[in-house]
Design a protein around this ligand. Structure first.
Ligand code: ATP
Ligand code: MG
Length: 243
């Protein structure tokens, strides 16, 4: 379970990226974070895995204040799909995917086997793409390596920052379907950042709408699907309902 309790983040320079945010993600469920550029979505994810710390308020993972947990231990249990893939440029695709298994001390053979599995899972050809550097991959391929890296050590929590953003519609649908199956099978707790309202409704159990660093609406997919047009989600749904 992930909890943000009145969490605020003011960056150096004074920008208030998050203001008293309360969020709850139950174990085994997916929360989608929706909102326009700059509203604080990435900031929210980075608070959860403690890449940054809140200015005030609290973040709890499985009941423990993340500030009381060793950050390395915390991040072992939390996969992170970084926005725009965020791969290490000096490492091959396979080495990128094996980052956490390597930290955990798996043997070279175990790691190789796991990355081959992961490549198959995300629809990449291991013999073709495994030894390429990120600059030798397309944007969509890089994103899939980023997804493989986040899933490598089978963490119970996965934070995904626009994981399917750079993919064509067909590949996107395929990966979304794989993700859904995985989620159902492995019972992961997921926070998914997306700009895509359809994606949020397809993949999430609950949706939170952020605007200017504040949660303006939160509810189950069923509740928000019925939301009035003048509500925050209604405004985002406007185009979809009209088409
Ligand atoms: N390190 C930083 N220092 C100062 N301001 C920052 C920093 N990181 C983010 N911000 C600001 O905080 C706000 C929220 O940023 P954040 O990255 O969380 O947005 P986002 O919702 O993920 O946007 P996008 O959809 O464009 O990725 C933005 O106005 C951004 O400029
Ligand atoms: Mg972002």
């Amino acid at each position: 379970m992930i909890q943000l309790i009145s969490a605020s983040k003011t960056y150096p320079g004074g920008h208030r990226a998050l203001v008293e945010v309360d969020l709850l993600v139950e174990t085994g469920t997916t929360l989608a974070l929706l909102g326009t550029s700059g509203c604080g979505k990435t900031t929210t994810l980075r608070l959860i895995n403690r890449l940054i710390e809140p200015t005030s308020g609290e973040i709890r993972v499985d009941g423990r204040d993340v500030r009381e947990v060793d950050p390395i231990e915390l991040r072992r249990g939390i996969g992170y799909v970084v926005q725009e893939a965020g791969l290490f440029p000096h490492m091959t695709a396979a080495e990128n995917a094996e980052t956490v298994p390597k930290l955990l001390g798996w043997s070279a053979e175990q790691r190789r086997q796991r990355s081959a599995e992961l490549f198959a899972l995300v629809g990449l050809d291991f013999p073709v793409h495994g030894d390429r550097y990120p600059s030798q991959l397309s944007g969509g391929q890089r994103q899939r390596v980023g997804l493989a890296r986040a899933l490598a050590a089978d963490p119970p929590i996965v934070l995904m920052d626009e994981p399917f953003g750079a993919l064509d519609a067909i590949t996107r649908r395929q990966l979304q379907a794989q993700f859904q199956e995985l989620k159902a099978r492995l019972g992961k707790t997921v926070v998914l950042v997306t700009h895509d309202v359809d994606e949020a409704f397809r993949l999430a159990d609950r949706i939170a709408v952020l605007a200017d660093g504040r949660v303006t609406q939160v509810g189950s997919v069923a509740e928000l699907g019925e939301a009035p047009p003048d509500s925050p989600i209604g405004a985002l749904l406007g185009d979809r309902r009209a088409s």
